[in-house]
Design a protein around this ligand. Structure first.
Ligand code: ADP
Length: 683
């Protein structure tokens, strides 16, 4: 057993030996010369000692050479001395001694110096080689060098990491054997790649190779032929970069972007689907083939029962099979099964790889089991359709070829959340539509039915007024006054009912039954203004007109309603009182005669944000809500009445500065018919 001190000695000895070996040889040579040349020659033949000095300097360097030169010099001093005396020399021998000393020192310096130089250069080379090797080992790309026969000569650490083979295992083996190319990815084949390498001495491209463990990896390879001065190939250097992880990450990113784009698209498509059927059809169209080969969607109806499921398959001819399976074994909410579980608990389910046991579990019978194979049943997921915390249904997505992942499930959940909102919106939309229809129907019926009792009240009031008028009783005046009030109120109620009736008809998509007759607008305006002026003391209503009359074919009662609405609004929305101006003018537009009525006030005005929608039903501006009472239907009807007369009703308004409503009506060229007076028409 080696002790550590023995090992240290051996290391020292190995290092020292070339140093001491030269002087030892020199000493032996000196002894040899002393022994042999003395027998043969008078003067010792010292030439071999120079060789010994050179040998010592070559072997042990300058130090060793100088020791050998010292031994040689000492021997010369001894050998050339006058026999029997010490350091006494004849002239000739003194010269010899000096020559030997000089030559041996020169020899030691020369060879030792040369050796030092060589050693220095060598160490430099070794240093560079060491640095290069470190560099080679530290890069993350695989760098492989071969000889002219493409046998691997150099295989860095990254090559070991990427391919799984150690340098010892592959060095000396042909590179094509160790690293065969499974396929080229740039649309070229092996022959083309080799031809390019031969032609250009360089080839770069993407390839699929196999690791030691059999796993395929994507490699970006740069191959260069190494040639000597006369152009013959001495080897190949290939730098290979493992792109597998990078490409995987790249693909995942791309996938995330694609999915986000898909969801954004889905959201906007779903936002447009206002009924349940179109929402579900949209979802199935979106899912197939993007996310699934086939899918079935079960929705729970308002009554808590299951609706007829919707199915879709990437091969439309197979949808019939899905329907048949559902008819043969419909899903029962009281039974067990994965879809019921999701419907009842809102839980998602993912089966990445369907095995026979699983397939059997979801099959109602053998036929069902076999048909799942026909449809393709490799992987599936069931995702609940939830809105506002309620499970509205469950969507089952099936892939025939790939395995779903957790990321797929998350993606589907996202889609189904949007679907849930869309289904819910569709439901709300339907409910709202139904409610509106009911309301309009009710308005139509009520306003129609109220007209008869109202006419009766009006009739009785008029009858009583006539009777009271002929009576000579002290209460007669008082009674007549009150009966006149009843009459006026029933008139107002009648106008309101007519408005409601018109509105209900318009809402139901009907047009109004106009009763047009030659009507003078100046008269209609004057009388309506007079009526409204009576009702207010804080406002002054002016009429300005440059024409004595403006006759057209109008429904006078309805036009009166339009004017009444605009005037009552001008009064209502000028709470501080003030002036109201009604201008009536005749204008010519594109060669045609038109009547224009402007109703102008300097009241609250309409905020800019509300202005474009102010004619919409039930629309009331933000600055009047909660401040002035109203229904928001007057302008809607007014505009429709004017439009049905072939005209237009527009508004210009600035909040805080006032409003101007303008009615434009075509002025008819009338035959010689006398205009109907306003009182006659509205009676
Ligand atoms: P209502 O007056 O019953 O609310 P209308 O359909 O007649 O309904 O008017 C709709 C809305 O238009 C009003 O609520 C009000 O905000 C605005 N508006 C109408 N006329 C005027 C006006 N002259 N000045 C300011 N706002 C008006």
């Amino acid at each position: 057993m080696f002790s550590s001190s023995m090992l240290a000695y051996r290391r020292w000895n190995m290092k020292r030996w070339p140093l001491s070996k030269g002087p030892l040889v020199t000493l032996l040579v000196a002894i040899g010369i002393e022994g042999f040349s003395r027998l043969l020659f008078d003067i010792p033949f010292v030439a071999p000692m120079f060789l010994a000095v050179a040998y010592a300097a070559f072997l042990g360097g300058l130090q060793s050479g100088l020791v050998s030169a010292a031994i040689t010099s000492a021997y010369a001093l001894y050998a050339f001395a006058v026999p029997g005396s010490f350091l006494v020399y004849s002239d000739n021998n003194l010269i010899r001694v000096l020559v030997v000393i000089g030559t041996s020192i020169a020899m030691a310096l020369l060879v030792g110096g040369l050796k030092r130089r060589v050693e220095h250069d060598q160490s430099k080379i070794l240093h560079i080689q060491h640095y290069q090797s470190l560099l080679l080992q530290s890069v993350t790309d695989s760098i492989i060098a071969t000889d002219a026969q493409f046998r691997i000569q150099s295989w860095n650490r990254a090559s070991e990491t990427i391919y799984g083979w150690s340098a010892a295992e592959v060095c000396g083996k042909p590179i094509f054997e160790v690293l065969p190319v499974v396929r080229y990815l740039d649309g070229i084949d092996s022959d083309q790649a080799k031809a390019r390498l031969k032609q250009q001495s360089f080839w770069k491209g993407q390839v699929i190779q196999r690791r030691r463990d059999g796993q395929e990896i994507s490699i970006e390879a740069s191959v260069r032929l190494i040639q000597d001065a006369d152009g013959s190939t001495v080897g190949v250097v290939t730098v290979n970069r493992d792109m597998t992880e990078y490409q995987k990450a790249q693909a995942e990113r791309t996938q995330i972007e694609e999915r986000q784009h898909f969801l954004a698209q889905a959201s906007s498509i779903l936002a447009d689907s206002l009924d349940y059927e179109s929402t579900i059809n949209t979802v199935t169209q979106l899912a197939i083939p993007h996310l699934a080969d086939w899918c079935v969607i079960h929705l729970i109806g308002k009554d808590g029962t299951l609706r007829r499921p919707v199915a879709a398959h990437v091969k439309p001819e197979l949808v019939e099979i899905i329907r048949e399976l559902q008819q043969r074994s419909p899903i029962d909410l009281d039974a067990n099964g994965p879809i019921i579980r999701t419907l009842l608990t809102g839980e998602t389910q993912l089966v990445a790889e369907v095995d026979p046991v699983n397939q059997r579990a979801v099959s109602a019978d053998d036929y069902h089991y076999r048909m799942l194979d026909v449809l393709g049943f490799k992987s599936y997921m069931i995702v609940p359709i939830i809105a506002h915390g309620y499970t509205l249904g469950a969507a089952t997505f099936v892939s025939a070829s790939r395995s779903y992942t957790a990321a797929d499930l998350e993606h589907m959940q996202d889609l189904m959340r949007r679907c849930g909102m869309a289904v819910d919106n569709a439901r709300l939309y339907h409910e709202a539509k139904e409610a509106i229809q009911t309301r309009d129907q009710l308005m139509l019926t009520v306003s129609h039915d109220l007209k008869n009792p109202l006419s009766a009240i009006k009739g009785y009031a008029n009858f009583l007024r006539r009777r009271v008028g002929s009576m000579d009783a002290p209460e007669a005046v008082w009674l007549e006054d009150n009966l006149a009030k009843i009459d006026a109120t029933t008139k107002k109620m009648g106008a309101l009912l007519n408005e409601m009736l018109d509105f209900a008809r318009l809402q139901a998509g009907q047009t109004l039954d106009l009763d047009p007759c030659p009507t003078d607008l100046i008269t209609v305006v004057s009388q309506t203004v007079a009526e409204y002026q009576q009702a207010t003391e804080r406002h002054c209503i002016y009429v300005a007109t440059s024409v004595p009359e403006l006759v057209g074919l109008y429904d006078p009662a309805r036009l009166e309603r339009v004017l009444a609405n605009l005037l009552s609004n001008a009064i209502k929305y000028s709470p501080d009182g003030g002036e109201i101006m009604v201008e009536v003018e005749s204008i010519s537009q594109d060669g045609e005669a038109w009547a224009a009525i402007n109703v102008r006030d300097w009241g609250l005005g309409i905020p800019a944000a509300d202005l474009p929608h102010i004619f919409d039903p039930f629309r009331r501006a933000g600055n009047v809500q909660g401040r002035v009472r109203g229904t928001g239907i007057g302008l809607t009807i007014a505009r429709r009445i004017v439009e049905q007369h072939g005209g237009a009703l527009t508004v210009a308004s600035v909040e805080g500065a006032g409003s101007t409503f303008t009615i434009r009506l075509p002025v008819a060229v009338l035959p010689n018919a006398a205009p109907v007076s306003f009182d006659e028409a509205s009676a």
